[in-house]
Design a protein around this ligand. Structure first.
Ligand code: 13P
Length: 251
C-alpha cells in the first residue's frame, strides 16, 4: 500500500496564506511513491485548488463535514459540496472536535457514511486520552471508537476510508508515542477493520498522528503496520513539510 501523509493545518491559514503555502510546496521535490494531502480550512479550499493548477499533489482534504447533503443546517458544510471541490479526503472525529465541540461516536459515524457516499474518503480519527491510558483502557476505547465509526461504511473499494490513530496526549505536546505503541494499537485497529470489511480491510490505511516531525517520521513510517502520518504543527511550514515527506520515504 502506498503511504499517505496528510497535513492538518487545523485553524491556520486563510485563503491568502494557503495559496502561498501551496505555491511554495509545489516548488519542492517530493518522493514519487507517496500520497500527500492537505487538510485546509473550508474557506481556504478554493485557494488551495487554484494554486494547484493542474497538479494533483497535494490532494485536497477538508477537516470536517456535516452528516447531511442539504437542508436547514446553518453554518454546516455538506459532503457533496466538498466533492464539488474534488476533495479526496475529509477528517472526521478529530479529538479537538470531540473535546471542544462534543462530537460523539454517533455523529462521527453519520459523517463518515455520508462522506463515503459522496465519494470522499473519510479519515476517521481515534485515540485515547491521557486519563484513559493511565487506567489501561486505551485498547478498549479506540476499538469502540472505530467500531462505531465504520458501522455505516461499505468495503466496495470506493472512497476507501483511512484510519488515523492519534493518542490525545501526543497531540501538540512534542511527546509522540513510541513506534511500538503505535504498532500495537494499529494491530488492534486492523482487527476491527477485518471484522467489518473482511479482505477489503487490507486496503484501508492506518496512519499515526501526534507530534510527528522531521526527526521521527522515518522511524514511524518504517514500522510495520504504520501506513502514513497525520501531521499538525510540522506541516505549517511548506519547506519543512516537504522535507518531512522526503524523510518519510528515503530515496
Ligand atoms: P501535531 O502534529 O501538532 O501533534 O498534531 C497532530 C494532529 O492532531 C493532526 O491531526
Amino acid at each position: 500500500m502506498k503511504k499517505l501523509i496528510i497535513a492538518n493545518w487545523k485553524m491556520h491559514y486563510g485563503p491568502l496564506k494557503a495559496g502561498a503555502w501551496v505555491r511554495a510546496f509545489r516548488r519542492e521535490r517530493l518522493p514519487k511513491d507517496l500520497d500527500v494531502a492537505v487538510a485546509a480550512p473550508f474557506v481556504s479550499l478554493a485557494a488551495v485548488r487554484a494554486s494547484l493548477g493542474r497538479a494533483s499533489i497535494p490532494a485536497l482534504a477538508a477537516q470536517d463535514a456535516f452528516w447531511a447533503n442539504e437542508g436547514a443546517f446553518t453554518g454546516e458544510i455538506a459532503p457533496v459540496m466538498l466533492s464539488e471541490f474534488s476533495c479526496a479526503y475529509c477528517l472526521v472525529g478529530h479529538s479537538e472536535r470531540r473535546i471542544n465541540l462534543g462530537e460523539t461516536d454517533e455523529m462521527v459515524a453519520k459523517k463518515a457514511a455520508v462522506l463515503q457516499k459522496a465519494g470522499i474518503s473519510p479519515v476517521i480519527c481515534v485515540g485515547e486520552t491521557e486519563t484513559q491510558r493511565r487506567k489501561g483502557e486505551q485498547d478498549k476505547i479506540v476499538r469502540a471508537q472505530l467500531t462505531a465509526a465504520v458501522a455505516g461504511l461499505k468495503g466496495d473499494g470506493r472512497a476507501v476510508p483511512v484510519v488515523a490513530y492519534e493518542p490525545v496526549w501526543a497531540i501538540g505536546t512534542g511527546r509522540p508515542c513510541t513506534p511500538q505503541h503505535a504498532k500495537d494499537m494499529h494491530g488492534n485497529l486492523r482487527g476491527v477493520l477485518k471484522k467489518k470489511f473482511g479482505a477489503a480491510a487490507d486496503h484501508v490505511r492506518i496512519v499515526y498522528g501526534g507530534s510527528v516531525d522531521l526527526r521521527n517520521i522515518g522511524e514511524f513510517l518504517t514500522t510495520t503496520g504504520i501506513d502514513g502520518a497525520l501531521v499538525g504543527g510540522a506541516s505549517l511550514d511548506p519547506r519543512n513539510f516537504a522535507l518531512l515527506c522526503r524523510a518519510a520515504i528515503p530515496a
